[in-house]
Ligand binder design. Structure first.
Ligand SMILES: [Zn+2]
Length: 270
């Protein structure tokens, strides 16, 4: 366990990055509604109204969160129309949304998370483990989650060669994109979506930048992979893994948590 990071229980209901509104005000706390029957019905209606069978998974989570989140900083979600609430959530940084989502999971179902049984790397026996989501570590980000990167080969953008770009961590809208489910099966689509969401400035070109497939075609693959890695690494947020020790041989393990399916809400133990 890295000593530097606070646990979710210590970090509390704060956003790892924070939401900056149109007036430039940063909101870094949030509140959730009590999960009573009224909220159950509101979530049910939101999911029923918004989802098709093949809707991107991000939309499923947005449906839950638009009803479960009471406020973000001084923004009262009840004062917003449903479409405005969804718009606000789409603009939030994905690690902030994911962090709030873990809290909603804890308040709705408790903090226990049963892992899929897995094999110990040392003694090879099966481990059946129930993790505690309150022990999950949280990486906060100070200031803007952006980074300047100088590329060697670069790209052609607005008809000129460019080598300097600014990347930012992804917004929640990345997970709501209609192409997202396809991107889960197709690395090229995932790279393109990530660059479109994460490259926010290209040196000397009008802001904000937006990379099309034609722009990406002018890049070398190692630089594409590098940018995608940088974009994925600067956002902080909850470290989606559970640590424990093998009950048979006591060897420590760290198992990653797959939150990207509806069962993240279903798998708990009393
Ligand atoms: Zn073992």
């Amino acid at each position: 366990m890295s000593n530097a990071l606070p646990t979710l229980a210590d970090f509390g209901k704060r956003l790892p990055i924070g939401y900056v509104d149109e007036a430039g005000v940063r909101h870094d706390k949030f509140e959730l509604r009590d999960w009573d029957w009224d909220l159950e019905e509101r979530i049910g209606a939101a999911l029923e109204g918004a989802e098709g069978a093949d809707a991107p998974f991000g939309r499923y989570i947005s449906g839950i969160m638009s009803e479960a989140v009471k406020s973000v900083g001084t923004i009262d979600l009840d004062a917003l129309k449903p479409a405005q609430r969804l718009g606000l959530l789409s603009r939030m940084y994905y690690s902030d949304m994911l962090y709030m989502y873990v809290w909603v999971r804890i308040e709705g179902l408790g903090h226990s998370l049963k892992l899929e049984p897995f094999k110990c790397k040392k003694c090879k026996r099966m481990i059946d483990f129930v993790g505690d989501l309150r022990q999950m570590e949280v990486q906060a980000v100070e200031g803007d989650p952006t980074k300047e990167i100088v590329l060697e080969h670069g790209l052609t953008y607005a008809d000129k060669p460019r080598k300097k770009v600014k990347v930012a961590t992804l917004r929640w809208s990345f997970f709501e994109a209609p192409e997202f489910e396809q991107a889960m099966r197709n690395p090229a689509t995932m790279y393109l979506l990530t660059l479109q969401g994460g490259v926010v400035e290209v040196d000397g070109a009008p802001k904000p930048a937006y990379l099309t497939r034609e722009h990406v075609k002018t890049m070398k693959r190692p630089e594409i992979v590098r940018l995608v890695r940088e974009i994925n690494n600067i956002g902080g947020g909850p470290v989606m893994s559970i640590e424990g020790a093998c009950p048979h041989c006591k060897t420590g393990f760290e198992e990653s948590i797959d939150w990207s399916y509806a069962d993240f809400f279903g798998r708990s133990v009393p």
